[in-house]
Write a protein of this length. Structure first.
Length: 253
């Protein structure tokens, strides 16, 4: 039977690349996203649900629908996230802090909470949580994002320990700077905060890796498909960066 795969924030960006890669591998695809327009242009064979991952009732309803229509879930890709504010810690509003953690951390928790009993019942499953290289280093002017992504790492390692006895694996993927519209927004905000140009910030990010470049969504997708495959059957509790090897998490020009 083909894998049944749920990808949050799967209608565009990295999530869309992950969904496409699993689809090409023969999986059944269910994408959840807040972007109705992006959902509307997903392939017809994919299941699609509009939901905010920080909405507990919405996530509960999503998993009830998955249980009813699919009868189980083989792979959870908890990929949804937002950048949060770009500011010094003393200038960050509590509401902005909470909103960033709600999407990046609460969303991953809620999905894992509902996927766990489903996977336990079938005695198998894979959970892939998307963190960030910001979950491995400090990230000046991005305190809420870094805090959330570090917490996702802790969540992933704990899930691996709790669920391993039930035949369920959990791993965390840490993307670096990914080419695309979302990163362009980050570059623009950081350029303004640091009084630099967009190109200066871009070069700073690229030069902060040993390979000197940004990554693409397909790089994350390839790792996700591998980690969900039998080739990775004993890979669990790992935090794997796909980032061109970050050597300086806060590069300066």
């Amino acid at each position: 039977m083909s894998q049944r795969v749920l990808i949050t924030a799967g209608a565009s960006g990295v999530g869309r690349a992950v969904a496409e890669a699993f689809s090409e591998a023969g999986a059944q695809i269910w994408v959840a996203d807040v972007d109705t327009q992006a959902l509307s242009i997903c392939p017809e064979g994919w299941r699609r649900t509009r939901v905010d991952v920080s909405d507990a009732a919405g996530i509960s309803a999503l998993f009830a629908e998955i249980a009813r229509d699919w009868g189980g879930l083989d792979v959870l890709c908890a990929n949804a996230g937002i950048a949060g504010p770009t500011a010094l810690v003393e200038d960050i509003e509590l509401d902005d802090w909470r909103n960033c953690l709600a999407v990046n951390l609460d969303g991953a928790f809620l999905c894992a909470k509902h996927a766990a009993p489903m996977m336990k019942a079938q005695g198998s499953g894979v959970m892939l949580l998307t963190s960030s290289t910001a979950g491995q280093y400090g990230y000046p002017r991005r305190a809420p994002y870094a805090a959330a992504k570090w917490a996702v790492v802790g969540l992933g390692k704990t899930l691996a320990m709790e669920l391993g006895p039930h035949g369920i694996r959990a791993n965390v993927i840490c993307p670096g700077a990914v080419e695309g519209p979302r990163m362009e927004q980050v570059l623009a905000r950081e350029a303004q905060a640091k009084d630099m140009t967009r190109d200066q910030v871009y070069r700073g990010y690229a030069s902060g890796t040993s390979m000197g470049r940004f990554i693409e969504g397909r790089d994350i997708a390839g790792m996700a498909v591998f980690l969900a495959s039998d080739a990775a059957r004993l890979v669990s509790g790992q935090v794997i960066a796909v980032d061109g090897h970050t050597v300086n998490p806060d590069p300066k020009i």
